[in-house]
Design a protein around this ligand. Structure first.
Ligand SMILES: [Fe+2]
Length: 184
């Protein structure tokens, strides 16, 4: 990757700008925070700079698309739609070889329990999203200042407020299945 992480993310979210609407900055910053947290967790487990997550298309593509189905499919049941968008993008960019791995990162990112070994891509991605979703309350050993610094650079911009609004709406329309994105 030659561009910076924020540039890469913004550029790749460009085609969905209209659908993201006023949530565009909030989602863009969430994606960047998650990717930076992936790097932090990777280094925490002794990973090297050479294979850091933000240098790998596997993580970058999973990051950009992981929650995008919320806006494109207009549902909180969005893991499948998000994974499909990622596969479509990979196919169009001659990287179908990454399709299964990217899908797994997306499909398992709201698993409540550990998804795989702590230093595996799927578990690093799950933990990174969990840290940001919990606003740093759950950190898997990552020091709070590390999260605070990332959150300071890429502010929340209403991301959590928006998710709570959507969750509230979903509770009214689907009271029996209010949070379909969570898996055990
Ligand atoms: Fe997320």
């Amino acid at each position: 990757m030659t561009s910076t992480v924020p540039d890469w993310v913004s550029t790749h979210l460009e085609p969905w700008g209209d659908q993201l609407g006023r949530d565009r900055q909030a989602y863009t910053n969430h994606v960047i925070r998650v990717l930076e947290l992936c790097d932090a967790l990777h280094f925490q487990h002794g990973g090297t700079i050479a294979d850091k997550p933000t240098g790998r298309e596997l993580f970058l593509v999973a990051g950009v698309f992981h929650d995008l189905g919320i806006w494109t499919a207009k549902t909180l049941d969005y893991l499948g739609p998000s994974a499909k968008l990622a596969r479509d993008w990979l196919r169009a960019n001659d990287r179908s070889d990454l399709g299964d791995d990217v899908s797994r990162l997306i499909e398992d990112h709201h698993k409540i329990t550990q998804a795989s070994a702590p230093n595996s891509p799927v578990e690093i991605f799950r933990r990174a999203d969990f840290i940001d979703a919990s606003l740093g309350l759950r950190r898997f050993g990552l020091p709070m200042p590390v999260y605070r610094e990332i959150a300071r650079k890429y502010p929340n911009a209403g991301f959590h407020k928006r998710l709570l609004q959507l969750a509230g709406k979903r509770l009214v329309t689907h009271p029996a299945k209010p949070a379909p994105m969570f898996k055990w």
